[in-house]
Design a protein around this ligand. Sequence first.
Ligand code: AHR
Length: 341
Amino acid sequence: MFRKRSYGAVMAGILLVLVLMLMIFGSRLFTDVEEMTQVEKDNRIVVGVSQLGSESGFRTANTESVQNAFTKENGYFLVYNNARQRQENQLKAIRSFISQRVDYIIFSPVVETGWDTVLQEAKEAEIPVILMDRSVDVEDESLYVTCVGSNFEEEGEKAGHWLEQELRKRGDAQESVNIVVLAGTEGSSSQLGRTVGFDSVAREHANWNILEQKCAEFTSTKGKEVMRGFLNKYPSIDVVVSQNDDMTFGAIEAIRESGRTVGVDGDIMIISFDAVEGALEMVAEGTINVDIECNPNQGEYLLRVIDMLEAGESVEKQYYVEEDVFTMENVTQEVLDERSY
Ligand code: AHR
């Protein structure tokens, strides 16, 4: 008797939980569809954004910039998806934007290759695709309308030219220089471009030895791990080229833990990319020697591009955002105060 009643109570409990879950998650599942119907009534422009992940300070700022741009007040309805660094998730998100018949697809491709088929599907559905931050390597360039992002190759060259000048200033231009490179996500535009750019300058200097370049996935944890490996393997490292600030933070921890020092007065020079606020503070105090800016504020640029497309105007195939190079000399208090990311 007791057993039977308790079984019934358990079943009733399970049923109640199931009903509650259906009420909560079921309504969330249909939110987009319902809101999109509302959107059509509201006459807003529907934009599907597939962000590649949230691996870095740059990425968080990039996402905020997009979310602040595509607002209801600006006449937009944003369908946002975070792919958590997986291309398959981005493919899924793009296909879902196509089936929802959004007006524009914006996406930041985690890697450059593997997009031809899905972009062809978007083209057949007559949905314009705009690339953000990174680019794609596709056979048919008409598969996307335009790309708003950074000139990564130029960023890499800037890093190389800074090192050239710094060594000249120190009177070390002819000495042998041992360099290690912490690389970002393998096959991403930022990793590829920065590598090509820096290498093109390095090739001109027979005394620059790139001991090793290894992927640390643009994250602080991996940056620390890979840097530890470099420090164990190479007794003499003069320069670390770290392809983003997050990896730099991890690398600096590893270097300090090994008993070595970094920066302007240290044993190892640090060249970083992104120039997020925390890194600029380290530039100002001399911990990071130079930071090559990668500007995440791309939302406003994207708005302008869509305005032009809506007006029937033609757009360029590539728009580069403005970017600077920061050293101790130009990171003023004003620069730090104005930094929003
Ligand atoms: O594609 C831009 C790069 O991606 C940034 O440098 C890095 O921080 C990010 O994860």
